[in-house]
Write a protein that binds this ligand. Structure first.
Ligand SMILES: NC(=O)C1=CN([C@@H]2O[C@H](COP(=O)(O)OP(=O)(O)OC[C@H]3O[C@@H](n4cnc5c(N)ncnc54)[C@H](O)[C@@H]3O)[C@@H](O)[C@H]2O)C=CC1
Ligand SMILES: O=C(O)CCC(=O)C(=O)O
Length: 418
């Protein structure tokens, strides 16, 4: 599925940061592998009476800064190495965001779209029961990722509370409001992408007003990124999902595109404009490109044909290391995933703190906090890049990684681990 193993990509990024920071090889060795990966077998009885087995994983990469934190992905192609890579990216994302969390991630190799609601519930409960010994409010806190949502989080929470015989509402985030979640969590990753993009557009494009945007992937992150970017004055001209996309230079209404996706299964049926493939969307003549679907879509093969001036990574790992070298040469600004899509986990942290305090923060307060953090973090990464690196040789990812890795290494040293 991936041109290269995502774990190789994650390690190449780490290697680069370690070299730029001038750290010894042993620091790379410590961080190149997760602390622990648990593989679980999930067997369920399907509605038709057959018995099916699925594999799942929870990878805990590093906990120097705090409990492991990161989402759970349900996808037919997910692999253990992908989950490990995603958990490593969580370590850097949480560190860069200044959150008191380490990095973790989970995955189940399944196509949830073909499961009945009962089958999905059983699978979710069994997965969480199987990992319940290594997760916990102060240990490892899962959340939603691709094809998991607040309902799945509710089953996770309930299963954990049954197994542990208690009321541990902070064991997962991204829950429905009735179970201690925040409505703001749903919009938070896409909102964060939009805020970070706005800051970058102000700096590099003279503003966001009227700037054209293409969004690949129209799920939680892609839709809300499109919605908020449009509200901030940008013009959405292309959207796509796994079944295809649409390009209309006259502009696309994000709400209408969502309605079309909900009623027909894909945004490709949006009326007007022209149909495009989900890979063609990456090469359109737009100001801003938001990959918000899966890993490794911007590669050595297509990087040279990318015309956007800013790429804002809603997805985790959409750009390969080889592709990024080409983009840097072309002067394209890449807002790296660990910066641009941190809004979700920042909001998760607000939810977790609120659960632990028995608090009642409002969505408005939570979104204001999120906006502030995204603005400050984006500005800090850009300033670091301008002051300490060579913008014609180094990417913003280099700057983001250096800040993030340095914090983790300092914490490991303080704790006497290295
Ligand atoms: N949900 C969250 O809070 C966060 C998600 N992310 C990342 O954002 C990305 C998207 O996640 P969500 O929006 O949560 O997932 P989602 O399940 O809500 O949506 C995924 C979207 O991607 C599309 N898609 C799947 N395969 C595709 C392909 N090959 N080409 C084009 N589109 C494809 C799907 O049709 C769907 O529209 C993932 O990389 C995820 O790890 C990152 C940070 C937080
Ligand atoms: O909110 C969380 O903890 C999960 C976020 C996540 O999985 C991600 O940022 O990729």
């Amino acid at each position: 599925m991936h041109p290269t193993d995502p774990l190789d990509e994650a390690r190449a990024q780490l290697r680069r940061a370690i070299d730029l920071l001038g750290y010894d090889d042993h620091v790379y060795e410590v961080l190149a592998s997760p602390d622990r990966v648990l593989q679980v077998r999930i067997t369920i009885k399907m509605d038709d009476g057959t018995v099916k087995t699925f594999l799942g994983w929870r990878s805990q990469h590093n906990s120097a800064l705090g409990p492991y934190k990161g989402g759970v992905r349900y996808h037919p192609n997910v692999t253990m190495n992908e989950v490990i890579a995603l958990s490593m990216w969580m370590t850097w994302k949480n560190s860069l965001a200044g959150l008191p969390y380490g990095g973790g991630k989970g995955g189940v190799r399944v196509n949830p779209k073909i499961l009945s609601p009962r089958e999905l519930e059983l699978l979710s409960r069994k997965y969480f029961e199987s990992i319940s010994d290594i997760v916990g409010v102060d240990q490892d806190i899962p959340a939603p990722d691709v094809y998991t949502d607040p309902q799945v989080m509710s089953w996770f929470l309930d299963e954990y509370n049954k197994v542990k015989r208690g009321q541990f509402f902070g064991v997962v985030t991204g829950k429905p409001v009735e179970l201690g979640g925040l409505n703001a969590r749903i919009v938070s990753t896409g909102y964060g992408v939009a805020v970070s993009t706005r800051v970058a557009a102000e700096k590099f494009l003279g503003g966001l007003e009227g700037r054209t945007v293409a969004v690949q992937g129209y799920g939680n992150v892609g839709y809300y990124a499109a919605k908020f970017l449009a509200e901030m004055g940008a013009k959405i001209v292309a959207v796509s999902d796994s079944r295809g996309g649409v390009y209309d230079p006259e502009g696309i209404d994000p709400e209408e595109a969502l309605k079309v996706k909900r009623s027909t299964g894909t945004v490709a049926n949006y009326q007007g404009g022209k149909k495009i493939s989900t890979m063609e969307i990456l090469e359109l003549p737009v100001d801003i490109l938001v990959p918000a679907a899966i890993e490794e879509v911007i590669t050595e093969e297509n990087a040279d044909r990318i015309k956007a001036k800013i790429i804002s990574e809603g997805a985790n790992g959409p750009t390969t290391t080889a592709a990024e070298k080409i983009l840097v040469k072309k002067g394209i600004i890449v807002l790296p995933d660990i910066l641009a899509n941190a809004g979700g986990v920042i909001m998760s942290h607000i939810e977790w703190v609120n659960n632990r305090m028995g608090g009642w923060i409002t969505d408005e307060e939570a979104l204001n906090k999120l906006e502030q953090k995204m603005v400050n973090n984006t500005k800090s990464v850009i300033t670091y890049w301008e002051k300490k690196l060579k913008p014609d040789e180094n990417s913003l990812r280099d700057a983001a990684y250096m800040i993030a890795v340095e914090r983790v290494v300092k914490a490991m040293k303080l704790r006497g681990w290295i």
